[in-house]
Design a protein around this ligand. Structure first.
Ligand code: PMP
Length: 364
């Protein structure tokens, strides 16, 4: 299979499978004080150090969760007493977190936050909780997180960033960014699905979401997913070690995007006027519903993602592209192509071959 859907989930790294498999065969509960428990605890704490290194914080600032959806919900629902401002381009786990009172911050055509509009909203909504993702999952656009965070703090706000599509893709420092909360997910960097983290400002406990036992500094109840956490740690370690390889994907993406442009003058690429992560291409192909294109590529054993959502047989336009001013009909054709640690240069040519075959077939 030609897998170009890393932003949906990354193929798990073999080193991660090995360690998670080994740890899964052990039977200690990380809270038990006997030898088996202490062995499990060692895996959890080792992983915490690797995750802390990945995002530039101290290990004690890392709280393991079941994934970024839980981390996002913990913060956004936890500060229900504060007005909530979220970017128009947020992931559903932020945008549809269950806070009906959420106010949308507009983005510009580039996909970057409209800072003037944000400042006005901060003046109108005192002490707001603001959630703006570091990197967009559909377009790869990188927000100026440090600048946004300083603005939020100027108005006594709390700042949360969903850094799921950022971690492991460029060096980042939680401390220097000065954000209050950051969400991470293991499966976007070659770790297992169903495990993630919430990074918290030094000395700050996040609002309690899961109640029960005293795990994770009494902040997140529930027996730790030791095998998953150990795999997350290994994935974080490898992401740090191989960060240059990820950045090198930019050359492959250039080749890919040149090929897409040559395939038809109806292809448009988004986010090019802003800084973007190296692995993501967001495009539309005028006149072809994304679901139809996706199915055609699937028949050729090629996996990509549609920016648009398909519900009850009808294609809904991509909310992210709409918010960037893309017309509705065009936004229904949104596609996302994303690469990662195991993408080979030869696969770009193979992908473009299949792309052209499908395009010709659909144009008949
Ligand atoms: N935020 C972003 C930007 C994502 O891409 C995803 C995964 N699609 C999530 C949050 C949710 O992460 P998880 O699968 O760990 O719940």
């Amino acid at each position: 299979m030609l897998y170009f859907d890393y932003n949906a989930t990354c193929p798990i790294r073999p080193e991660v499978v090995k360690i998670s498999h080994e740890v899964m065969s052990c039977h200690g509960n990380a809270s038990s004080i006997h030898g088996a428990g202490r062995a499990a605890r060692k895996h959890v704490e080792g992983a915490r150090e690797h995750v802390a290194t990945l995002v530039g914080c101290a290990p004690k600032q890392v709280i393991f969760t079941s994934g970024a959806t839980e981390s996002n919900n913990t913060v956004l629902r936890g500060y229900a007493d504060r007005p909530l401002l979220v970017a128009a381009t947020e992931h559903p786990s932020v945008y549809f977190c269950g806070r009906e009172d959420a106010i949308t911050i507009p983005v510009k055509q580039s996909g970057l936050i409209d800072l003037k509009a944000l400042e006005e909203l901060l003046k109108e909504n005192k002490k707001a909780l603001v959630s703006i993702m570091m990197v967009n999952n559909e377009t790869g656009v990188i927000q100026p997180t440090e600048e946004i965070c300083a603005l939020v703090h100027k108005y006594d706000g709390i700042f949360h960033t969903d850094a799921v599509q950022a971690a492991g893709r460029f060096p980042l420092s939680f401390k220097d960014l000065d954000v209050d909360f950051m969400s991470l997910s293991a499966h976007k960097l070659g770790g297992p699905q169903g495990v993630g983290a919430l990074i918290t400002r030094q000395g700050v406990n996040p609002p309690k979401f899961m109640h029960g036992g005293g795990q994770e500094r009494r902040c997140r109840a529930g027996t730790e997913n030791v095998a998953g956490i150990a795999g997350f740690g290994e994935a974080a370690r490898l992401a740090v070690e191989q960060m240059d390889d990820f950045q090198a994907l930019e050359t492959l993406r250039e080749k890919l995007e040149n090929g897409l442009r040559q395939s038809s003058n109806r292809v448009r690429i988004y986010g090019e006027d802003a800084p973007r992560v190296a692995n993501t291409t967001s495009c539309t192909v005028e006149g072809i519903d994304s679901a139809v294109f996706l199915m055609n590529l699937d028949l050729e054993n090629v996996a990509i993602s549609s920016g648009a959502a398909c519900s009850s047989g009808a294609v809904k336009p991509s909310r992210v592209l709409l918010s960037m001013g893309v017309p509705e009909e065009l936004a229904k054709t949104g596609l996302r192509i994303s690469m990662g640690w195991n993408t080979k240069e030869a696969e770009i040519d193979q992908f473009l071959d299949k792309w052209n075959t499908c395009l010709k077939r659909m144009d008949k």
